[in-house]
Design a binder for this molecule. Structure first.
Ligand code: GAR
Length: 212
């Protein structure tokens, strides 16, 4: 599948968040540092599934348009998914980056943006998918964990893997200390991967992602 439209030198990113938005901030900082042409992409809007999160405040401080689509404001999950897809589509993205977005997108969203939605997950998939990747790795007694940047498919954290970063688990780790060390690696990985996808283009061949 050829996924990124050719022709646009600076790709348009819509970033989705649910929380503190430090991954979003890392993207903003890098684009600021090197310039959008050199990075190959710019963030054109930030969306969330809830109000009042620091991720939205970061977007507002950066002067970016934001939108919020809450599940509970819609009659069904499908209607929410439609509303989210419409809000994202209004910004005409080349790539959608789910950076700490704690909702599973639905069928319509994937039909419209499938192959163009990148997610970052705080564990080495396929181990420890879901909402508690850090806690689950710690509880299992794993000695290494990390983060995975992958394309989103219709499963929970099951899509083709683009890149992974490894973090050792220390005896004294609790969930928050471990998550902070993972996020350190994760932010750098996400910035690197999104830039390469945007600049080089890519193909998804089964489970393999080939960055050109
Ligand atoms: C990140 O560690 C991301 O992997 C995780 O939420 C954090 C968001 O941090 N996402 C998930 O757990 C999704 N299942 P941030 O809001 O500071 O970027």
């Amino acid at each position: 599948m050829a996924a990124t439209p050719a022709g646009r030198a600076v790709k348009r990113l819509v970033v989705l968040v649910s929380g503190s938005g430090t991954n979003l901030q890392a993207l903003l900082d890098e684009i600021d540092r090197v310039g959008r042409e050199a990075y190959g992409a710019e963030i054109v809007a930030v969306g969330a599934d809830r109000d009042g999160v620091e991720g939205l405040a970061r977007a507002e401080r950066a002067g970016l348009p934001t939108f919020v689509r809450k599940v509970r404001d819609h009659a069904s999950r499908e209607e929410w998914d439609h509303a989210l897809a419409e809000a994202v589509a209004a910004h005409d993205p080349d790539l959608v980056v789910s950076a700490g977005f704690m909702k599973i997108v639905g069928k319509e969203f994937l039909a419209r943006f499938g192959g163009r939605v990148v997610n970052t997950h705080p564990a080495l998939l396929p181990s420890f998918p879901g909402a508690h990747g850090v806690r689950d790795a710690l509880a299992y007694g794993a000695r290494v964990t990390g983060c995975t940047v992958h394309f989103v498919d219709d499963g929970v954290d099951t899509g083709p893997i683009i890149a992974q970063g490894v973090v050792e688990i220390r005896d004294e780790d609790d969930e928050s200390a471990l998550h902070e060390r993972i996020k350190d690696v994760e932010r750098r990985l996400l910035v690197e991967v999104v830039g390469r996808l945007a600049r080089n283009g890519y193909r998804i061949e089964g489970r393999k992602v080939v960055i050109q």
